[in-house]
Ligand binder design. Structure first.
Ligand SMILES: *[C@@H]1O[C@H](CO)[C@@H](O)[C@H](O)[C@H]1NC(C)=O
Ligand SMILES: *[C@@H]1O[C@H](CO)[C@@H](O)[C@H](O)[C@H]1NC(C)=O
Ligand SMILES: *[C@@H]1O[C@H](CO)[C@@H](O)[C@H](O)[C@H]1NC(C)=O
Ligand SMILES: *[C@@H]1O[C@H](CO)[C@@H](O)[C@H](O)[C@H]1NC(C)=O
Ligand SMILES: *[C@@H]1O[C@H](CO)[C@@H](O)[C@H](O)[C@H]1NC(C)=O
Length: 558
């Protein structure tokens, strides 16, 4: 409507300046009412008789539309065709035509007839229509790299004049270059309505940089743009290299997974794996697993794309292994004093470190030429390489019949009892038996050494035996103990088992006494010989008897 009134204004100005120039033009919108102004020359004429609107038919002949008498309110419609129902005139003598269509793009002429004059004002009518829709059809899902792919077809429907379509990428216009960009325009005219549908198909060869590119179609009609954007496309491209991945190091017994990958997008999902001369097709997966691999599987492995076997990757697998054999193993029972050869053999694909432990404590590699009870224990040999660790072990038991190593007595100062200690070595653990009733038995058994203590109260001089037994044999030892009551009366030596220091002192004193006695004896013999020439053996003297008793006791304690 705005354009119509603008045209009217232009027409008025043009008409007053020069009516000879003829045709003015009016642009109307499709479907709306066309308002075609008549020059105001008609209004100016004082002697106006009537105004008549007519038009030029397609064949060039004139067609009548309507007539209006100068002093009549009503106009007379003369048209008999399709215009009969659509035309009318307003108070400014403008012709109104409803339901504008492209068929109305003709020249309409306003004839102003006065008494003195007849003027004709032709007006050509143009009907414009915006596209009823702008859409992108046949949109692509993805773009192929370096390969012309249809991005989509942009369609601007039913416009007049025809809309123009341009394409943009990231806001910059795309122009057909026959290589990376191909734009195919087409135009279709609806024969019934005369409206134009414009289409444009864009083909594009993508590059890696187009991952986030936004393509847009711009439909331009009457200098207004209508833009339709497309979401960025994933870019697809074929693989150029293949990679075979294997986790190393590989140890015998492992499950080894071969992983094949192509660098295309989308990543390839079907592969051939070349496994020792066999070609295995794997689909919908990029891995192949070699279960419980062994040393014979060392070698080269390959994979290729199932749809392009020229793209191939290869990788070597070195299967590390470690054999360890140990002799003996398990539980072994040996007799004390025997030799035991230990043999450890290893066979490995690389460097190996050997270590030994006995009962969890690091030791050197064991060698047993003559077994002792202390050798008993659990021996573990560990061999390790970068790939793995192997263990072998044996439990050594050293057996032997019991042997008593010592039997001692001890009297605690002033106590009315004595403690006898019997020590023996033997495996299995020996049992102790004493020839005397006792109290406070105490025993221990560590590393084949058994210690048994008893407390006794000897009322008379006794010979006590300690006997030890296990299933391999027995041993016995005896010891003489004197009555504590007699010794108690003597009160000379309350302790039979003296401390080392007191033993030493007693020894020194005894030595001195012996020396003194010897001197006395020599002197006495000398005197006797010099007096009588002979001497009696049974003769006893009090001092010497005391000394002898002491000596005897001391000997017992050693
Ligand atoms: C190897 O694979 C087999 C079968 O797939 C499985 O039974 C075994 O436990 C695996 N071994 C290792 C070391 O993963
Ligand atoms: C070690 O193992 C390899 C592979 O099994 C074998 O060829 C070789 O003879 C073995 N060596 C010894 C000393 O056992
Ligand atoms: C040990 O004691 C028992 C009774 O308790 C007795 O019959 C036995 O004669 C005693 N043996 C010795 C050697 O004293
Ligand atoms: C016991 O032995 C001591 C010496 O050790 C001796 O003097 C004493 O006479 C002995 N007693 C008996 C009853 O034999
Ligand atoms: C114990 O005394 C007896 C005599 O009673 C004697 O024959 C034996 O040799 C003595 N034993 C020891 C170890 O002194």
């Amino acid at each position: 409507m705005a354009s119509t009134s603008f045209q009217l204004l232009a027409f008025v100005i043009a008409g007053t300046l020069s009516q000879v120039w003829g045709t003015e033009s009016v642009t109307a919108m499709y479907g709306e009412t066309i308002v075609i102004p008549c020059s105001d020359g008609g209004m100016a004429a004082k002697d106006l008789m009537f105004i008549k609107w007519k038009y030029e038919k397609d064949d060039g002949t004139p067609g009548d539309l309507l007539i209006k008498q100068a002093h009549s309110d009503q106009a007379t419609v003369q048209a008999t065709d399709n215009y009969a129902q659509r035309v009318s005139i307003d108070d400014k003598f403008s012709l109104l035509i409803t339901q504008a269509s492209l068929k109305d793009q003709k020249t309409f002429t306003c004839m102003v007839v006065s008494v003195s004059n007849l003027m004709e004002y032709p007006v050509s009518v143009v009907v414009h229509k915006k596209p009823s829709s702008v859409q992108i059809m046949d949109k692509s899902e993805v773009l192929q790299r370096d390969k012309l792919t249809t991005v989509g077809t942009c369609v601007a429907t039913d416009a007049n004049p025809a809309a123009t379509i341009t394409w943009k990428k990231n806001g910059k216009p795309l122009l057909s270059d026959g290589k990376a960009v191909a734009i195919n325009p087409s135009l279709k005219l609806d024969p019934a309505t005369g409206l134009s549908t414009t289409s444009s198909t864009l083909q594009y060869a993508a590059t890696k940089d187009d991952v986030n590119a936004v393509f847009a179609c711009i439909a331009t009609h009457e200098s207004t743009n209508q833009e339709t954007d497309l979401e960025p496309f994933p870019i697809h491209y074929p693989s150029e290299t293949v990679n075979l991945e294997i986790k190393t190091p590989v140890a015998e017994g492992d499950n080894v997974t071969l992983k094949c990958q192509g660098d295309g997008n989308p990543p390839p999902s079907s592969f051939f794996f070349h496994i020792k001369g066999r070609k295995v097709l794997v689909e919908n997966s990029d891995t192949y697993t070699l279960t419980t691999i062994n040393r014979e599987d060392t070698g080269e492995y390959k994979c290729s794309l199932s749809d392009n076997e020229k793209l191939e990757a290869s990788q070597s697998i070195l299967v590390n292994y470690l054999d360890l054999s140990l002799s003996p193993t398990g539980k072994i029972v040996k007799t004390v004093g025997d030799p035991l050869p230990v043999k450890m053999e290893k066979n490995t694909s690389g460097d190996a470190k050997v270590s030994w432990t006995k009962n969890g404590v690091a030791v050197k590699e064991p060698e047993f030429s003559k077994l002792t009870y202390a050798d008993a224990g659990i021996y573990l040999c560990e061999v390790s390489t970068t790939s793995f660790t192997r263990h072998q072990s044996f439990e050594l038991v050293v057996e032997g019949k019991p042997v008593i190593t010592s039997l001692t007595k001890h009297r605690v100062d002033d106590a009315k009892h004595k403690v006898l200690t019997c020590e023996a070595e033997g495996v299995p653990e020996p049992s102790f038996q004493w020839s005397i009733n006792s109290t406070n038995e105490e025993s221990s058994y560590i590393n084949g050494k058994a210690i048994h203590k008893i407390t006794v109260i000897p009322k008379v001089n006794l010979t006590v035996s300690c006997s030890v037994t296990n299933r391999l044999g027995e041993d016995v030892m005896t010891i003489n103990i004197s009555s504590i009551f007699e010794e108690g009366e003597g009160n000379k030596d309350s302790s039979e088992d003296l401390e080392d220091q007191s033993k030493l002192i007693v020894g020194v004193v005894a030595g001195l006494l012996i020396a003194a006695a010897a001197l006395g004896l020599i002197y006495w013999l000398y005197m006797k010989n010099s007096r009588q020439g002979s001497w009696k053996t049974g003769e006893k003297e009090v001092g010497t008897s005391e000394e002898n008793k002491k000596l005897e006791d001391n000997n017992h304690t050693v």
